[in-house]
Design a protein around this ligand. Structure first.
Ligand code: PLP
Length: 398
């Protein structure tokens, strides 16, 4: 009898499980569209030129690795504030944003969730239906009761906005609402600018707490365009949370670079909030790691590197759009009768393809094309070499 005798086997993470199955698949034509990772046209994970140049400069002037401040590198936190709110924006200039460096976007969400649990222990959390699965797990593990607000409408192939608004309108005062700032994962459907105005109005009148998850800033329409929703919440005079991830936009997945920003009412409030966020960090992992944050800070704060990053990010964004169009055209050419042009309406890395679980299983077992059972495929993993094979495989299962 050991302390661990009664420990149950936890269910496997569905995406990681898919990866293991993919790795073991002997099919030479196999394609992994399950993961949320951007690959270049050669099917490789890019190492951005701006990152290489920043690292080269750092190597030329090696520095010792002391502990970082609990809230991370100041130049990094300031760059995040600029990116999220605008460096000359009123919230940044007036000092009412509390930003901390975090371990990826996940880390930003977790610090925010832990802080919110102390602040509003009885609040309910609403995530979109469906959402990135870790939203539920993360807020549940932080001690919250998590429910969903209506979002995707499979029949209409889009967002059921009326139902979404109705869910938000029915939420009790103080409910925490997790919103995808852009490039909704998993569906690929975002709401329009006018619909965001309505969401902001409901959040305000109902007294809800918005938590914006911005994991794909720059992957949709552009850095400014994707961040536009933040301006709407600011203009409404709301206080809210924003998590940032640079995993995708810098292709720095393993460096764990992200942030949490909390917009407060004034500078004094921001100082108090920051002090509490630091406790969350200190008692979890003490302080963040140096390398990823230093690289991102160097790129964002050096005009030439920043311009290069914006160019490389635009390149990734454009390639995804091209692959969406090729997918739609390729499916038609492969004989798919159904109009698949909805895939070009979707934005970001993913497409909810509308394929059923059975069809996804067949794609996997018969053709080695891996997507999730929900029908989600990662368009950012398609390339000019695998697109025809994928289109033909899909044509055979629909
Ligand atoms: N939020 C959403 C919606 C995501 O899709 C992801 C990553 O897939 C994250 C957060 C987490 O990002 P990170 O890998 O930086 O923790």
């Amino acid at each position: 009898m050991s302390l661990f005798s009664a420990v149950e086997m936890a269910p496997r993470d569905p995406i990681l499980g898919l990866n293991e199955q993919f790795a073991a698949d002997p099919n030479p034509n196999k394609v992994n569209l399950g993961v949320g990772v951007y690959f270049d046209d050669d099917g490789k994970l890019p190492l951005l030129e701006c990152v290489q140049q920043a690292e080269k400069a750092m190597m030329e002037k090696p520095s010792a690795r002391g502990y970082l401040p609990i809230d991370g590198i100041a130049a990094y936190d300031n760059a995040v504030k600029g990116l999220v709110f605008g460096s000359a924006s009123e919230p940044v200039v007036s000092g009412r944003v509390a930003t901390v460096q975090a371990l990826g976007g996940t880390g930003g969400l977790k610090i925010g969730a832990d802080f919110l649990k102390r602040l509003s222990p009885g609040a309910k959390v609403l995530i979109s239906d469906p959402s990135w699965e870790n939203h539920r797990a993360l807020f549940t593990n932080a001690g919250f009761h998590v429910e969903t607000y209506a979002y995707y409408d499979a029949d209409r192939r889009g967002v059921n906005f009326d139902a979404m608004l109705a869910s938000l309108n029915a939420a009790p005062v103080g409910t925490i609402v997790v919103l995808h700032a852009c490039c909704h994962n998993p569906t690929g459907y975002d709401i329009t600018s006018a619909q965001w105005d309505q969401v902001v109005a409901v959040v305000k009148t109902r007294g809800l707490t918005a938590f914006l998850d911005m994991a794909y800033q720059g992957f949709g329409h552009g850095i400014q365009e994707d961040g536009a929703v933040i301006q709407k919440f600011v203009a409404a005079g709301l206080t809210f949370f924003v998590s940032t991830s640079f995993s995708k936009s810098f292709s720095l997945y393993g460096e764990r670079v992200g942030a949490l920003s909390v917009l407060c009412q004034d500078k004094d409030e921001a100082a108090r909030v920051l002090s509490q966020l630091k406790i969350m960090i200190r008692t979890n992992y003490s302080n963040p790691p140096t390398h990823g944050g230093a690289v991102v800070a160097a790129v964002l704060n050096t005009p030439q590197l920043r311009a290069l990053w914006e160019q490389e990010l635009a390149g990734m964004r454009a390639r995804i759009k091209v692959m969406r169009q090729k997918l739609v055209d390729g499916l038609k050419a492969a004989g798919v009768q159904q109009d698949m042009s909805f895939m070009t309406q979707q934005i970001g890395m993913f497409s909810y393809s509308g394929l059923s679980k059975d069809q996804m299983v067949r794609l996997r077992n018969e053709f080695g094309v891996y997507g999730t059972d929900t029908g989600r495929i990662c368009v950012a993993a398609l390339n000019s070499k695998n697109i025809d094979y994928v289109c033909q495989a899909i044509a055979k299962v629909v």
